[in-house]
Write a protein of this length. Structure first.
Lengths: 704, 267
């Protein structure tokens, strides 16, 4: 008996409490009160929602029926699933299928379609995905590159969205309190095809398709992808906190923050957004401390209320980062810590601070609650458009393994989102874009070829099979999706462009300078970033961004000198001189094509387009300096950065892929055709402004 | 003006030292202690995940409201999630229930009833083990307690009820003699916050723990229990009187909610 009582004390207490007088179970403290309130609140709210949904469902269905007359009546499929594998290359896919590495994609090829998918001019992700989702050429959606230029000052701005603080402020002493909402203006024009589906009563789940920030309203759910900024408003600024004394600055994408030591504790901070309450009040900061344990090669971190331990070479989970500006203003972000090393220097890498999806300070989804829903269901996840920190690897802040761990961590979260969307979207459209394919190929192409300048220090026999592993991983994902779909679902796997080596850089501004089209101020042989020291009064052409070449046109550019009447002649001249330009060091063709945009852009926004597009040859691309409007002495040089593969070249050389579970009859499918094809598959009429043409399904496989 | 200040000061003092102040202080302290205890004894990560999952399924109902299978599926997940959450809250709840229950029992001794007002009648009820014992039972009173009516014998219930009154503030022992044995019962008369025991019992261990503040009656005596009908204490707030336990419930909950936010503890 004694044993029974001592062995089960909790049961004894429980039994005693249940059978004892009223006072004992009249109240069991805040814990019980909270537990009961919380759980019953959840049930109560759920019941209300369910009751509401059940009661109103017939009426909503009736309204939908009357308005849309059986949305799926003419649809060829109940559901269309589109997996976007950014940058998947058809040549590599074919090669790996031949090697038996991609059994699931091979199945799609054998049963349905495998084809090259013509990309956009230029072959840049925001351009191509904008065309994918709008079904129009860039002249109608206004995205020509990541960057666009301000014709007043020749400076760049993000082409996809403009974010400004609230219009009104209330001034109290040194404080300037913002009054109203942050203004976010989407620069991408055109209407996503899921809008037309929604109009017809067809539900869509859209996950991380690029250039969907700010999110637009439609019938469905959407999580924005590429072009979502970090909490600082940049496209991703990592932070290296270090005890190493250095005046070096990262060229792009990151900041170095000193770490101070006191009593064995290292203290540093993460730079956040600018203080919104004080003009020129500087950036907000979130402090953290590190307590190293050198023996264990680990350290304990204290970051706000969060406490965690990391071993050297280990990432933390996503942790909340709050930046308090005072007066109740707090910016909410999330970040991950990576313990780079403890000896001889303490170094901690921190990812760019992402907008917290569970507490978004900017809308990153439609409806706003969708990002919150995913955060509650799956835990915090990367929201930054370019979430994989390629800059940190380029700058040797992260090594290959650390980068891959980060990239695949994000990828796994994306997979979970996809499978949840598949579960929830039994009818309609389900589309999810995976960026991992693009980022990993950018950063690891150097190991795919024999003599890439960025991997000359590693013997070819020791090159890791990163890209092979990547394609196999994507294939397994396709396999798992195929297991979850039936014959009433059309599965498409597409990419926006392919990939090629980026072994040699070309500074087009340097070429323009050396050939008399771009002039520097007297005494200068190089310029700074963004055309610092360029003499605009003698400059006829310039380039910024990845492929665009602009004339310094009178009446358009603030200091334009090229008469519009002479513009065509100048374009022809540039076309002639640049086409087939040979790299003297290798004898290879560095520029395989120059394209006059007037000839193939049509639409209301062509005035914002570059005048010419430069198509680099395979193995070549614009140098980073050229992209950033810098004139150097050298035109061609080796690319020794980890960023060793690219696609911002002659678009004819980097088509994307098209796989589908059902056969399409189309010789030369293009990414611009996807939107009209989907609308047609759901039996909808095509808007007249579409530039793409729908593909026909081979009968009878697609007939229902 | 001086009179008003003096009156206000005396009011503040009386509030600060009265039962309301005690309940407020204890509620805040208990709210804090319980939240901390819950935090230490619970699986905070699992509770956080369980709550997040519940919220996610609630949001799913809203996001996919046109899709009845999703709505119904989410409703099922909400029910399952609630059970999971309650299971996670159960263990820390046990740790919380034991000390809080014992604390409340002790607090109820002071705050549950008021002493018998001076000169106000009260009933002393003695419950015997058989009707035979009623015949030779007598009551010996101290000089400050007077009998205001003859005792009433209720043979069917084995009870004798005396109607008494106290003439002075204080705690007094009354002696009940039955079958040659004598036992005492304390009665509190007047004001203040004395420790009050409404009943003295024989045996009944758990009942004594929760209801009595006096030692057990001897086993060989024929008396089962001795009780006094103390008036319930109501604490006045904005002209509305309520039992201290409701006030404690509300205040400790509020304090708990505040402290859980401040301490970052998941409940």
């Amino acid at each position: 008996m004694k044993g029974l009582w001592s062995a089960r004390p909790t049961r004894v207490v429980l039994v005693a409490l249940v059978f004892l007088p009223a006072l004992a179970h009249a109240y069991a403290g805040p814990g019980a009160g909270f537990a009961v309130l919380s759980s019953f609140w959840a049930i109560f709210v759920a019941f209300l929602y369910s009751f509401y949904a059940l009661m109103t469902w017939p009426f909503r269905q009736l309204v939908r029926f009357l308005r849309r007359r059986n949305a799926y009546g003419r649809a060829k499929f109940e559901r269309v699933v589109i997996l976007g594998f950014d940058g998947m290359d058809p040549d590599l896919a074919e090669r790996f299928m031949k090697e038996g590495r991609l059994p699931n994609l091979a199945k799609l090829r054998d049963r349905g379609t495998f084809s090259k998918l013509r990309t956009t001019f230029p072959a840049i992700s925001p351009v191509a995905w904008s065309t994918f989702l709008t079904g129009v050429n860039p002249g109608k959606h206004n995205i020509y590159d990541f960057l666009a230029r301000d014709t007043n000052n020749y400076l760049p701005f993000l082409s996809s969205a403009e974010i400004k603080g609230p219009k009104r402020h209330i001034k109290i002493g040194k404080y300037s309190i913002p009054f109203g909402k942050t203004q976010i203006k989407g620069m991408r024009k055109g209407t996503p095809f899921w809008h037309w589906l929604g109009e017809a009563g067809i539900f869509s789940s859209v996950i991380r398709v690029p250039v969907t920030f700010p999110p637009e309203k439609f019938q469905g759910v959407l999580l924005s992808g590429m072009c979502v900024p970090d909490l600082k408003g940049s496209q991703g600024t990592f932070c290296l906190c270090t005890t190493r004394v250095s005046d070096d600055k990262f060229r792009e994408g990151g900041v170095r923050v000193p770490m101070d030591r006191k009593n064995g504790v290292y203290r540093s901070y993460i730079p956040g957004p600018d203080n919104p309450l004080i003009e020129k009040g500087g950036e907000l900061r979130a402090d953290f401390e590190v307590r190293p344990d050198l023996r264990a090669k680990s350290a304990r971190f204290v970051f706000g209320p969060e406490k965690f331990a990391l071993e050297v070479g280990e990432y933390s989970e996503w942790v909340p980062a709050e930046f308090k500006a005072g007066m109740g203003f707090t910016a909410h972000g999330i970040c991950r810590f990576y313990l780079k090393g403890l000896s001889p220097e303490v170094e901690v890498y921190v990812t760019p601070v992402n907008i917290d999806p569970g507490h978004p300070d900017l809308p990153i989804s439609h409806p706003v609650t969708y990002s919150i829903y995913l955060a509650k269901l799956l835990g915090p996840y990367a929201t930054l458009g370019l979430a994989e920190d390629t800059w940190a690897l380029n700058e040797h802040v992260l090594d290959d393994d650390a980068f891959l761990a980060q990239a695949y961590g994000n990828h796994e979260d994306r997979e979970k989102m996809l499978f949840d969307a598949l579960d929830k979207t039994k009818q309609g459209l389900c589309t999810c874009v995976f960026d991992t394919t693009d980022r990993v190929q950018h950063m690891f192409w150097r190991y795919l070829e024999e003599d890439h300048p960025a991997a000359r220090d590693v013997p070819h026999s020791e090159h890791p099979q990163v890209i092979q592993d990547l394609y196999e991983r994507m294939d397994r994902l396709v396999g798992r999706v195929m297991e979850r779909i039936d014959d009433d679902t059309l599965l498409m796997v597409i990419s926006d462009h392919g990939f090629k080596s980026f072994a040699r850089c070309m500074n087009l501004n340097a070429w323009l300078h050396q050939n008399g089209y771009l002039a520097l101020k007297d005494g200068k042989s190089e310029s700074g970033d963004w055309f610092d020291d360029v003499d605009w009064s003698r400059t006829r052409a310039y380039t910024m961004g990845l492929n665009g070449l602009y004339l310094n046109l009178k009446g358009r550019e603030k200091q334009g000198i090229v008469d519009p009447a002479e513009a065509d002649a100048l374009k022809d001249e540039l076309w002639e001189r640049l086409s087939g330009l040979v790299d003297p060091a290798s004898g290879a063709v560095g520029v395989t094509g120059v394209f006059v945009t007037d000839e193939f852009y049509r639409g209301p926004y062509t005035e914002n387009a570059p005048d010419l597009l430069v198509g680099y040859g395979a193995g070549y691309r614009a140098s980073w300096d050229s992209v950033m409007g810098k004139v150097t002495r050298q035109i061609f040089e080796d690319n020794t950065k980890a960023w060793s593969g690219d696609h911002c070249i002659d678009p004819r050389l980097v088509p994307g892929v098209l796989f589908s579970s059902h056969k399409f009859i189309e010789d030369k499918p293009a990414i611009v055709d996807v939107a009209p094809t989907i609308l047609k598959l759901f039996g909808l009429a095509l808007p007249a402004h579409f530039d793409g043409k729908p593909w026909a399904l081979a009968s009878p496989a697609g007939d229902r | 003006m001086a009179c008003f200040a003096a009156f206000s000061f005396s009011m503040v003092i009386s509030i600060l030292t009265g039962p309301l102040a005690i309940v407020i202080v204890v509620s805040v302290v208990v709210g804090l202690a319980m939240v901390v205890l819950f935090g230490y004894t619970s699986d905070q990560k699992a509770i956080g995940i369980a709550k997040d999952q519940l919220k996610a399924h609630l949001l799913a109902v809203r996001l996919y409201r046109d899709q009845i299978p999703v709505v119904m599926g989410s409703y099922g997940k909400i029910l399952r999630g609630t059970v999971r959450y309650l299971k996670l809250a159960f263990k820390p709840l046990l740790y919380v229930i034991v000390p809080i229950t014992l604390l409340m029992v002790q607090m109820d001794r002071y705050l549950g009833q008021t002493p018998i007002p001076v000169n106000a009648p009260f009933l002393l009820t003695v419950h015997f083990s058989s009707s035979d014992a009623l015949n030779d039972a007598t009551l010996a009173l101290p000089s400050e307690i007077v009998m205001t009516a003859p005792p009433v014998h209720i043979a069917a219930d084995y009870q004798i009820v005396w109607r008494l009154a106290g003439t002075r503030d204080g705690s007094y022992e009354m002696n009940i003699n039955a079958g040659g044995q004598s036992v005492e019962k304390v009665v509190c008369v007047g004001g203040g916050l004395p420790r009050i025991s409404t009943v003295r019992l024989r045996g009944q261990f758990w009942n004594r723990v929760f209801s009595s503040a006096e030692p057990s009656l001897p086993e060989n005596v024929s008396i089962e229990s001795i009780s006094i009908n103390y008036p319930d204490r109501n604490i006045e707030i904005a002209g509305y009187g309520m039992n201290w336990i409701w006030l404690f419930f509300i205040l400790s909950m509020v304090a708990g909610f505040i402290f859980k936010e401040l301490l970052g503890i998941q409940i």
